[in-house]
Design a protein around this ligand. Structure first.
Ligand SMILES: NC(=O)c1ccc[n+]([C@@H]2O[C@H](COP(=O)([O-])OP(=O)(O)OC[C@H]3O[C@@H](n4cnc5c(N)ncnc54)[C@H](O)[C@@H]3O)[C@@H](O)[C@H]2O)c1
Ligand SMILES: O=C(O)C[C@H](O)C(=O)O
Ligand SMILES: [Mn+2]
Length: 564
């Protein structure tokens, strides 16, 4: 485990080497003693800054930029120059900086990845270098790695295939593992599996940094992923591996293949499920309609949609419904309309959520051959509407108005990212429901006006879950990440809701509280892992302490010169 409590660091590096290493660099904050010891005089301007002063300097520069993409590039460069300062800035300004480091700006960062490329971060594993994976992992620099986020770049947010540019996502997710979950940055590793791309903009861009090749699929793809996972297990047997932004055909399939082989989860399937379920549990307190009586319409029956349906269904079973009663409460709508039994082309993870033909007999339909979302809302009268389709504007005015007609307090969550892909905007939902909807959005939106005051709409994003899941699982050395651990995370999130005491308050804590949320989620996840026998050696009364010992706070520790 990385020592986050050391009082000082002893190093044999030269002054130049310290300045060049983002994990060790302090820039103008190197003290006089350190400048003496490492011959740093002259390499730095004479004034010694404090970390707080450096944060103010960077914040001022950041705010002077015109666009968020420039801010993103500036922060990425800072992260690659001085990690302590980067995280001090991030942790102290989560609400302002999360939309830049993470969703939505990270989406543009992926699209512009080749143009913004400065220094490499993390690992690019490409098909032509498959035989070298072990050697690449062997670098001593990666000895401390505990958490990996991996993508193959094929479904970057709702922006589709970004090829090697997808690397922006693991970098952004791991910035939250540290910024919110408190994992030491040296223990985190972003990885891009470069299996090519089918994005013609990338393939024809002379500046594209990835492997210029069409996307490899089928057995060759599976063999490459297998080589990757086997090498990960060999190098870091206790690592936490998070799968991120894989396309629909791979996300759930790879999760099922690997979830019993190592401590691993898919954030889009399981992390999203937990944030949606947690927010729904908080909303149930407000609307007064018990979970067992909720009917849930989901637009987009892909990785996130089916993950969400499965965890809410499990919560309904916990609340007393039978499996079939709970299943009947879901209306999954994909490109070809409502998923109904016998429909061609259903995937294995969609099959559990098809509606029975009998259940929809007698529905009044505009086009009987395709049951659209509006048909579903008019006939099934769902209490909850969740969007994970990646399609902007699909929660149209008639759909949202129909939700408002059949519910006193409709629950409406347009969760697709980034902002440009949201199924509806909070302002529109507020207007079309006369302010009665409980709203959750995936990306940050400006506040709406509610009851004459500004109201910040909840950001129902898996950032409320994955940093805590990672922290909790690693703190107790969990061997696996179970569905029960995600249910525990969802319940911990719901229990943090201010709406429990006052229905006018938010369903979720603010983004500025994500560090506290992560610690709370971590505790619930670790306790659950313990109860399921997934942690061999941690006594239950030590769990809280283990979690807190693992939380790194960005600050400088003094360096001493190693004498040879
Ligand atoms: N808020 C969050 O935390 C969060 C988490 C995960 C995913 N998401 C967002 O959800 C979206 C989907 O992610 P995913 O991993 O499930 O992707 P996916 O590709 O697995 O699933 C998307 C599904 O939407 C369907 N679809 C496309 N157009 C449609 C339409 N017009 N009507 C109905 N269905 C349509 C597709 O056929 C597919 O089944 C993305 O935009 C992603 O950013 C948000
Ligand atoms: O990255 C996010 O903001 C959430 C989610 O993982 C997504 O893919 O949209
Ligand atoms: Mn994702």
């Amino acid at each position: 485990m990385f020592d986050t409590t050391a009082a000082f660091v002893t190093t044999g590096r030269s002054g130049y080497e310290l300045l060049a290493d983002p994990q060790l660099n302090k820039g103008t904050a190197f003290s006089e003693t350190e400048r003496d010891a490492f011959d740093l005089h002259g390499l730095l301007p004479p004034n010694v800054s404090t970390l707080d002063e450096q944060v103010s300097r960077r914040l001022q520069a950041l705010r002077s930029f015109e666009t968020d993409l420039e801010r993103y590039a500036f922060l990425r460069e800072l992260q690659d120059t001085n990690e302590t300062l980067f995280y001090a800035l991030l942790v102290g300004n989560l609400e302002e900086l999360l939309p830049i480091v993470y969703t939505p700006t990270v989406g543009a960062g992926c699209q512009q990845f080749s143009r913004l490329f400065r220094k490499p971060r993390g690992l690019f594993l490409s098909i032509p270098h498959k035989a070298r994976i072990d050697r690449i992992f062997a670098q001593p620099r990666f000895d401390a790695v505990e958490a990996i986020v991996v993508t193959d770049g094929e479904r970057i947010l709702g922006l589709g295939d970004q090829g090697a540019g997808g690397m922006g996502i693991p970098i952004g997710k791991l910035a939250l593992y540290t910024g919110c979950g408190g994992l030491h940055p040296a223990t985190t590793l972003p990885i891009l599996l470069d299996v090519g791309t089918d994005n013609s903009d990338c393939l024809t861009d002379p500046l594209y940094v990835g492997w210029r090749h069409e996307r490899v699929r089928g057995q060759e793809y599976d063999d490459f992923v297998e080589a990757f996972v086997s090498a990960v297990i060999k190098r870091w047997p206790r690592v936490l591996l998070q799968w991120e932004d894989f396309a629909k055909n791979n996300a759930t399939r790879l999760l099922e293949r690997y979830r019993d082989r190592l401590c691993t989860f898919n954030d889009d399937v399981q992390g999203t499920a937990a944030v949606a379920t947690g927010t729904l549990l908080a909303a149930v307190n407000v609307t007064g309609v018990p979970l067992t009586e909720q009917r849930v319409a989901v637009l987009g029956a892909g990785s996130a949609g089916c993950g969400i349906a499965s965890l809410i269904r499990a919560a309904m079973r916990d609340a007393g419904l039978s499996e079939s009663e709970a299943t009947a409460r879901f209306y999954m709508v994909d490109r070809d309309g409502l998923l109904v039994e016998g429909m061609p082309g259903l995937t294995s993870f969609q099959l559990p959520f098809v509606q029975a033909r009998k259940a929809i007999e007698g529905w009044k339909l505009d086009h009987p051959d395709r049951i659209g979302l509006l048909d579903v809302v008019r006939n099934a009268r769902p209490t909850v509407l969740i969007g994970v389709s990646g399609q902007a504007g699909t929660f149209s005015e008639p759909v949202v108005r129909a939700m408002a007609e059949c519910n006193g307090r409709p629950i409406i969550f347009p969760l697709s990212n980034p902002t440009s892909r949201a199924e509806a905007t909070p302002v529109d939902i507020e207007a079309w429901t006369e302010g009665r909807a409980l709203i959750g959005v995936g990306s940050p939106f400006p506040p709406i006006t509610r009851g004459g005051a500004r109201f910040k709409v909840d950001q129902t994003n898996n950032s409320y879950i994955f940093p805590g899941v990672g922290l909790g699982a690693l703190a107790v050395g969990a061997s696996r990440v179970s569905d029960g651990m995600f249910m525990a995370a969802a319940k911990a999130l719901a229990s943090s809701s201010a709406a429990r005491d006052n229905p006018k308050h938010n369903l979720l804590p603010p983004v500025s509280a994500l560090r506290e949320v992560a610690a709370k989620v971590a505790f619930a996840v670790a306790i659950q892992a313990h109860q399921e026998g997934l942690t061999a050696d941690v006594p239950i009364d030590r769990i809280d302490q283990r979690i807190h010992a693992k939380i790194w706070t960005p600050r400088y520790v003094p360096y001493r010169r190693k004498m040879d």
